[in-house]
Write a protein that binds this ligand. Structure first.
Ligand SMILES: [Zn+2]
Length: 106
């Protein structure tokens, strides 16, 4: 199960993947995380996993997205599976996440 990943469609028309672990944490436990990833086309994205789903919170050059991710003042964790290492930061609360990154769908 540790190897399972969730597909997330991106605005560039592709998909990026993240561990099912993060989706489960959000939907089942209400624990939100943020990670950044790079699409096959080279576009970088910062993504939040929230109770209602995963949302793209930032996009652009890898450098800019990496900087935005690094700037989040939260503890970073690492998940290791057969696909390699996956890094993410744990938001103290959904309210804190939305305070920093804004609300979605509004
Ligand atoms: Zn793409």
């Amino acid at each position: 199960m540790q190897n399972a990943r969730v597909e997330l469609p991106t605005p560039c028309g592709h998909v990026v993947y993240f561990p099912v672990f993060l989706a489960k944490k959000a939907t089942e436990e209400g624990v939100s995380h943020v990670f950044h990833t790079i699409c096959t086309c080279g576009k970088a994205y910062m993504v939040s996993t929230e109770p209602e789903g995963a949302y793209i919170r930032g996009r652009g050059e890898m450098r800019a997205v990496t900087d935005a991710y690094e700037a989040l003042p939260w503890e970073e964790y690492q998940l290791q599976d057969q696909r390699g290492s996956f890094f993410f930061k744990k938001a103290p609360s959904l309210a804190t996440l939305r305070k920093l990154l804004g609300s979605v769908g509004s």
